[in-house]
Design a protein around this ligand. Structure first.
Ligand code: ISL
Length: 539
């Protein structure tokens, strides 16, 4: 594989609405991001993935785009965005944008035109039918078909009613999206995350939503007509399996550089019951096997995205770790994941070990999905209110959308205003950036060490390009792997459980490079503490 400028870079995901508010209106903004650039540089991240900051009525917090080439006034102005691009460049940092190609907002000019009449040229930008083709359900609850009385027709929306799906059969739509991407490429953006990109080949008449027959030719066309002409990095949000990941990312296909793998994070969705709002406990053996499967499966032919948290998932401590071992498990999850081969993605607040929030009442939630699913599950009697609230505590997307905890002042230092748009976690007094930056044993300082080991040590090339091998594959408790090149062989050992585990390592080592407990590691038979994780140079 050809080496790329981004292979050794770390991505940090910013959800602008919740990151930092600079003007006291209770909503995070672009100037808030600029304020924190030095913090992010010091943390050791390079590429900032911003979830959509384009003009939007914010039904789905920006994933309902009303203008792909303008800035949501809630977040600032185009001048602010230009300044952010300039300030990141000064610090050798890069911006990755989030392109929502599957749908727009119902407030987009194209959709408003489409509603004007059956012969309006924009009508064919969307998917209108005389009657629903099927009873497909929207991802956020309820039917995926919405009736428009003035047209006496229905339009299709995979997500909220206010997010009509674009008609990718229409070449004009494909051209418009390519043009929007080119607009941002010319501004110097260096990365794109593609939202639900596996949906753009859908064939509704045949009940095919993800991975339709025309998917890949469309991505290839987009590549040729837009981002393929620039030296950028791309990642797809594509819910699928290993083979499907290969189809997107083999370099000769000229589609995407990598896709996120959701097999691990969605393990808790219990589809034998009601999906994510009736979660089941995680199986860490499954997680370890899946991570290894993707390492062996993609490492020689393409590239992995290493992600345990994003704005749609709960916190990784709650999913893979243990609140009672918050510090240990958070460090262990990071070590185990971010030293694999691929690009690490850190979600805002993950680096200080932020946790899921227990909302007192339904009305504390802001996410459109929570209300859609409440109607589907509680109003129909499938779940009690309490069962739903319990599921939401574990899985609601708002868990990761509460404000970043900067310090122990009012509203966690997120806003100087009285009312943030969503609740602040009450634990912010103890868990915040300021406090952790002063504590040498904090999660934050561990992240800095981990990223620096990966990026700025003599071992960096081995962590970036070294071959992956796993050991003790039958163990349900420990994940042991190595990364090897001509210079070094490095071992990563993690107890994935909240109990003591005895382990006999299959290799000897000469140095311990990083660990989340302080102890003597020089014995081959070790009794690992809960969520103990350490990194060694193998002899
Ligand atoms: O979290 C989910 C719903 O339970 C996911 O299925 C999610 O909707 C899916 O990952 C698609 O996510 C992306 O597109 C959505 C947007 O709401 C998400 O925030 C985004 O990441 C629609 O644009």
């Amino acid at each position: 594989m050809v080496n790329k400028w981004w292979h050794d870079k770390i991505v940090y995901q910013i959800y602008p609405k919740s990151f930092k508010d600079s003007n006291g209106d209770g909503v995070g903004d672009i100037n808030g991001i600029i304020e924190k650039l030095d913090y992010l540089k010091d943390l050791g991240v390079d590429i900032l993935w911003l979830t959509p900051f384009f003009t939007s009525p914010m039904v789905d917090n920006g994933y309902d785009v009303a203008d792909f080439c303008d800035i949501n006034p809630l977040f600032g102005t185009m001048e602010d965005m230009d300044k952010l691009l300039e300030e990141t460049k000064k610090r050798d940092m890069y911006i990755m944008i989030d392109i929502v190609a599957n749908h727009t907002s119902s407030e987009h000019r194209w959709f408003k035109e489409a509603l004007k009449g059956k012969d309006n040229p924009f009508r064919d930008y969307y998917i209108f039918k005389d009657k629903p083709c099927n009873d497909h359900q929207s991802c956020f609850g309820g039917s995926a078909w919405e009736y428009v009385p003035s047209l006496n027709e229905y339009y299709f929306h995979e997500f909220a009613i206010e997010q009509p799906d674009l008609n990718w059969d229409n070449p004009k739509v494909r051209e418009e999206i390519a043009n929007a991407i080119n607009f941002w490429m010319e501004k110097g953006v260096k990365g794109i995350r593609f939202d639900v990109i596996h949906h753009i080949g859908k064939e509704i008449e045949n009940d095919i939503y993800g991975y339709g027959p025309k998917l890949h030719e469309r991505v290839q066309e987009l590549y040729r007509n837009s981002y393929g002409n620039y030296d950028i990095v791309t990642v797809g949000e594509a819910w699928g399996n290993l083979e499907q990941a290969k189809d997107f990312t083999l370099p000769e296909r000229k589609e995407l550089d990598m896709v996120f793998q959701f097999e691990c994070t969605s393990y808790t969705n219990d589809h034998s019951r009601h999906g994510k709002f009736t979660p089941r406990p995680i199986d860490m053996k499954f997680v370890k096997d899946t991570l290894s499967k993707y390492q062996y499966g993609l490492n020689d032919c393409s590239w992995n995205a290493l992600m345990v948290e994003n704005h749609d998932l709960g916190r990784c401590i709650n999913r893979f770790g243990d609140e009672n071992f918050r510090v240990e498990s958070s460090k262990a999850i990071a070590t185990m994941n971010f030293l694999l081969k691929g690009t690490p993605y850190i979600y805002q607040g993950q680096e200080i070990g932020m946790m899921n929030i227990k909302m007192d009442k339904l009305e504390d939630y802001r996410d459109v999905e929570v209300y859609g699913k409440y109607d589907d599950l509680v109003k129909t009697g499938l779940l009690t209110h309490e069962e739903f609230m319990d599921g939401a505590y574990k899985e609601a997307r708002d868990n990761n959308r509460i404000p970043v905890q900067w310090d122990d002042s009012k509203n966690a230092g997120f806003t100087t205003g009285d009312t943030p748009w969503i609740k602040v976690h009450p634990n912010y007094v103890d868990i915040n950036v300021e406090k952790e930056s002063k504590d040498p044993s904090s999660i934050l300082n561990f992240y800095k060490k981990l990223l620096s080991l990966r990026k700025h040590s003599e071992y960096s090339p081995t962590f970036v390009y070294g071959k992956f091998d796993s050991y003790l594959d039958d163990s349900t408790d420990v994940f042991v792997y190595s990364r090897t090149d001509n210079n070094y062989s490095l071992g990563v050992i993690t107890n994935m459980t909240n109990k003591n585990v005895e382990v006999e390592l299959p290799f000897k080592y000469s140095k311990v490079l990083l660990s989340n407990y302080k102890k003597d590691y020089f014995s081959n038979k070790l009794l690992l503490e809960p969520f103990e994780s350490f990194v060694v140079e193998i002899k």
